[in-house]
Design a protein around this ligand. Sequence first.
Ligand code: GDP
Ligand code: IMO
Ligand code: MG
Length: 420
Amino acid sequence: MKTIDVVLGMQWGDEGKGKIVDALTPRYDVVARFQGGPNAGHSIHFGDRSFVLHTVPSGIFRKGTQNIIGNGVVIDPLILMEEIHAIEQMGVDVRSSLRIAKRAHLILPTHRLLDAAQERGKGANKVGTTGKGIGPAYTDKVARIGLRVGDLLLPDFHERYQTLRDQHLRLLGMDRIDDQAWLEAADELRRFTIIDNEVEMNRLIETDHTVLAEGAQGSLLDVDFGTYPFVTSSSTLCAGACIGLGVAPSRIGRVYGIFKAYCTRVGAGPFPTELNDETGEKLRQIGHEFGATTGRPRRTGWLDLVALRYAVRMNGTTSLIMMKSDVLNDLPVIRVCVGYRMGNKQVDYFPFEAAGEPIEPVYKDFEGWQTDISQCRTYDSLPSQLKDYIAFIERETGVPVDIVSVGPDRDATIYRQEHD
Ligand code: GDP
Ligand code: IMO
Ligand code: MG
């Protein structure tokens, strides 16, 4: 019997999960999303083509791979159908390679309005959500009033929809909404292959299929262990893959933890190593750090090893994958946060107070490599300064950096370990 491998973001999202899932897909029969929804923006580049996926798993561009949207995902039919049509335009047969969980919840048009209203209500304390209705959709799931993909198949779906929509409209103080396009997309979604994904997932593992679970967002946006309340509304950690796909914890195999060689964050909330200076701007420009979903400029800063160690521990990460090292090519000095100073205390763990009290990072400086590594394809050909940087990260986290990414293309990837 096989196990499921998991790809997770170790920071605040946008680590490069899409690129790595696409690069690893040839090793797997199945790629499955298990949480989040259209708040995700996973970019994939190959040759002269590029695409940003929001709800569809990043295995979709590899022929022969099965893709599953799991029960833990929240789906906006309108966004999903637009995405599918765009992928079909690229000549991909999405309908035969994508299956969708009956138990996945639907994002209604009114969820997006509620998301916006809640953000407005928070004033200066707003989270800076993606505005896709994620929080309100998960709220309804937990409140046991949500609608699920399987409900689309029921004869009274429209009445159920209207009941929930009208409840939302009352909260919003509105009496109508133009939801025609959404309803048409929902009708199209109904004709896709809708499955009991927990049954299918376990059958696949039991029959020796290889499965890669694709996380969205990042560990520090986890609803329990992230920088609450500046988080998303789902479990972004490894444990979320079990709940979001219907597999037991003992079925988890490799846990790939993806991190950037520096750090970014979109939206509000604590970011101890943030750089509000020229270097921060340089990282933003060279790294093209603008949101793949919202286009917002991403906040940038140095790599935070306190946060990375925390993410490694919470996920049981077995392999680290370092992204965007090439963005640091020009820098003479590269700093890494190795501890936090809070008041007169120094802490080497990620504290509850991270979202409340000011944190002063303690840095260790590394010499930059100041050479272009984007054409390197073997670990040996990387500059010694970068290898020292990687060795330090491995020592501090206790986990090997098995893959180093040196550019957005699926080929700009250095594998240090040959996998079975
Ligand atoms: P995801 O949400 O984790 O899938 O990441 P995003 O796609 O939102 O953001 C990552 C961005 O970095 C995308 O524009 C990728 O094309 C790009 N990218 C990924 N890996 C690398 C890399 O190694 N180097 C550079 N320069 N860009 C990369
Ligand atoms: P991927 O999968 C980066 C952030 C938002 C906001 C907070 C809550 O591409 O890495 P939400 O709309 O989820 O209620 O917003 O979470 N956020 C992300 N940041 N990458 C993402 O996804 C994100 N998805 C949500 O900016 O701060
Ligand atoms: Mg993204």
